[in-house]
Design a protein around this ligand. Structure first.
Ligand SMILES: Nc1ncnc2c1ncn2[C@@H]1O[C@H](COP(=O)(O)OP(=O)(O)OP(=O)(O)O)[C@@H](O)[C@H]1O
Ligand SMILES: [Mg+2]
Length: 215
């Protein structure tokens, strides 16, 4: 067995590094997920956000499918418009979903294939609306509730397309009583996205209207 070491660079891996026990924190977050909350985790750099999200992936595995994305892996060009963003998001989402131990589920496989096809084939018209319709179908077909976690959300926060993305999540949250939706959405970053408005130019302010004002 590998000997554990102390780690102060990037994420802590439980099998490899000495760690502060975060099981209490994981349990609290799991309770919020069970309560179907959509929420943000805002902490300064190097507070353990990524370590927490990665640990949650394993912690939730028996009850949920967890899709963990990192917006830092989306280069700036991916936020150029809704079409480009949605295609990139679809690809990353499907890739991250496959990291779960998925049960035999032809309905889910079909919904995933539909998303892939929609993003690739009807390429030029595929945008946020089409993306979220496909994501809803995936949530409906899934045999376990799906938790969406996005790390480094604020690397995207200066982009209109990110605000449009938040608006879609917000609409999904509001309609989730009669539409399939993610069980829970966790956005992790350094800044509180409720304060996004402050960073925007005054003449554009009317566009934004706190898209995430529910969490
Ligand atoms: N449970 C833990 N026990 C001990 N050290 C930890 C623990 N969680 C994180 N760390 C340490 O803190 C550092 C930062 O962790 P992590 O990368 O998860 O934070 P972060 O909030 O995602 O940082 P950033 O904002 O820079 O992405 C890591 O180098 C790791 O050494
Ligand atoms: Mg991090």
């Amino acid at each position: 067995m590998m000997r554990k070491t102390f780690n102060t660079t990037a994420v802590c891996i439980p099998g490899e590094h000495y760690m502060v026990d975060i099981s209490g924190r994981l349990q609290k977050i799991k309770e919020m997920i069970a309560a179907k909350k959509y929420f943000t985790i805002n902490r300064a750099r190097q507070y353990g956000k990524t370590t927490t999200l990665q640990a949650l992936f394993g912690y939730l595995q028996s009850e949920y499918y967890t899709v963990l994305l990192d917006f830092q892996t989306f280069d700036a060009s991916k936020f150029k418009d809704g079409n480009i963003f949605s295609i990139a998001f679809a690809g990353s989402f499907l890739h991250a979903l496959k990291r779960n131990r998925l049960s035999e589920n032809t309905a889910l496989e079909k919904a995933c294939a539909d998303l892939k096809n929609a993003a690739v084939i009807s390429n030029s018209i595929f945008s946020l609306k089409e993306l979220f319709e496909c994501l809803r179908d995936i949530c409906a077909a899934s045999d376990k509730p799906i938790v969406l976690m996005i790390d480094e959300v604020d690397s995207a926060s200066n982009n209109q397309v990110f605000l449009d993305f938040l608006a879609q999540l917000r609409a999904q949250y509001i309609e989730r009583a009669w539409q399939p939706a993610f069980q829970s959405v966790i956005l992790a970053g350094v800044y509180d996205i409720k304060n996004l408005k402050q960073k925007l130019r005054a003449d554009e302010e009317h566009k934004y209207n706190s898209p995430w004002n529910i969490a």
